[in-house]
Write a protein that binds this ligand. Structure first.
Ligand SMILES: Nc1ncnc2c1ncn2[C@@H]1O[C@H](COP(=O)(O)OP(=O)(O)O)[C@@H](O)[C@H]1O
Ligand SMILES: [Mg+2]
Length: 283
């Protein structure tokens, strides 16, 4: 059996000011597996991702990354594109920094942009692109490195609902073709269930529960409207409530299956005081 791409083993993170952001988090991401972390704002999701990426040392516990560090990609909520560069030149930046020839990196950037449906926008600058298109460029930039492990920190959290659903479908199709290992943070229950093989439910500082998602890849967008999908989303919502979080919307835990699949406003649980004060309460 090949080793997993990423293992966090009993990771605790206490920041200098005493905030205990993670309190014994263990998780594994297998090769070709996409794992989501769901939990309310402030429960430690970003910290877990930063520790996984080696951007932040754990206070105790260990991190094992079994991937070439050059093949670890990030996608954040802010696409962080360089305004003066075209879409192609933004995507080509990473291979450029690694000394790939101009012809080769342009070719690779074009392929990555075509993969995310931006074949018609190769020479556009970020300000000429919509929010969803900018996020597509950001995903293309992550894919151009041919990642073994891709880390996503609420990449779709700032997008409107329609755009968000179409980017979920896009990413799901890319994942089904490329099968990188992925750790994807979201506070949307339906996004987590649609995209991932396993959903890890976080409460303040801890992984409290895990839900396996058995649907085969590729997953059609209509999967979101099935009773099986609604049942799993309901399970995750209930576990989230029990873990000390709250479902992103009341409709997430509705048994009907129709409202569940509609998603929710991107910022539904932002600003909710519960997760933030809970995580700080330990300090
Ligand atoms: N650099 C830091 N210094 C001190 N506290 C931090 C730092 N980064 C995050 N925190 C705190 O750690 C907790 C978890 O934060 P974070 O991982 O960003 O949560 P999430 O991504 O789930 O919203 C929060 O209470 C946050 O305020
Ligand atoms: Mg965060």
């Amino acid at each position: 059996m090949t080793p997993p791409a990423l293992v966090l083993d009993g990771v605790t993170k206490v920041f200098d000011d005493g905030t205990r952001a993670l309190d014994g988090v263990s998780l594994t991401v297998g090769r070709g597996e996409l794992v989501t972390l769901v939990g309310p704002s402030g429960c430690g999701k970003t910290t877990a991702l930063r520790v996984a990426a080696g951007l932040e040392p754990p206070t105790s516990g260990s991190v094992h990354l079994d991937a070439d560090p050059a093949a670890v990609s990030f996608v954040f909520q802010d696409p962080t594109l360089l305004e003066w560069r075209t879409a192609t030149a933004n995507v080509a930046l990473v291979p450029e920094l690694r000394g790939v020839t101009r012809a080769e990196r342009t070719e690779r950037a074009h392929r990555a942009l075509e993969d995310v449906g931006l074949g018609d926008a190769l020479d556009k600058r970020p300000r000429q692109l919509s929010g969803g298109m900018r996020m597509r460029v950001s995903i293309a930039r992550a894919l151009v490195a041919d990642p073994e492990l891709a880390l996503f920190d609420e990449p779709f959290g700032a997008l409107d609902e329609i755009t968000r659903l179409s980017l979920q479908t896009l990413l799901q199709g890319i994942f089904a073709r490329r099968r990188f290992a992925g750790l994807f943070i979201t506070h949307s229950v339906s996004e987590a269930v649609y995209l991932s093989d396993r959903v890890l439910v976080m409460g303040p500082g801890r992984v409290e529960a895990e839900v396996a998602v058995p649907f085969a890849h590729p997953r059609p967008p209509e999967l979101r409207f099935t009773p099986e999908f609604a049942a799993l989303a309901g399970d995750v919502s209930r576990l989230l409530e029990r873990a000390g979080g709250e479902p992103t919307t009341a409709s997430e835990s509705s048994p009907s299956g129709v409202t569940t699949a509609r998603g929710e406003p991107a910022t539904a649980s932002e600003g909710s005081p519960s997760g933030v004060t809970d995580a700080r309460g330990d300090s």
